[in-house]
Design a protein around this ligand. Structure first.
Ligand SMILES: [Fe+2]
Ligand SMILES: [Fe+2]
Length: 138
């Protein structure tokens, strides 16, 4: 069962950022829907995505001289820490934690997009900075 649906509520109208967020939603739902034996695999894919997603946003913050980075960076770091901690607990036999993590992260993501990512997107638009994925050809 999906924990989060992609919708206009989540759309920021920032191409590269929205692409990351569509992927985030898909991978989060994959964790929620995974069989217990696939929990670690789906969580690893999600963690890898978050590392790349957050690194890209943080690189965009630097590139556009975004003035309010500290709360945003802290939220990224906290989410990754929680995901890694839950991964360790699943390895130790708590497979039932995966869907609980997915539900909690779904609620976290709604707030994060509404406040942190929207502020960043607004700033990028204000200064005329168009973000690109780091693997995109310059
Ligand atoms: Fe984001
Ligand atoms: Fe973010």
């Amino acid at each position: 069962m999906s924990v989060l649906e992609w919708s206009d509520e989540l759309r920021i109208d920032n191409g590269a950022m929205d692409e990351l967020h569509v992927e985030f939603v898909d991978l989060l739902n994959a964790i929620a829907d995974a069989a217990p034996e696939a929990a670690i695999t789906t969580l690893d894919v999600f963690i890898e995505h978050c590392e790349r997603h957050f690194a890209e946003e943080e690189q965009w913050m630097q590139a556009c001289e975004f003035p309010r980075t500290s709360c945003h960076l802290l939220q990224h770091a906290s989410l990754l820490q929680v995901a890694r901690d839950v991964r360790a607990r699943i390895v130790n036999g708590e497979e039932n934690l995966a869907p609980l993590l997915a539900a909690a992260v779904g609620a976290w993501f709604r707030d994060h997009v509404t406040f942190m990512d929207t502020m960043l997107a607004n700033h990028m638009e204000d200064v005329g900075y168009v973000p690109q994925h780091s693997d995109a050809v310059a």
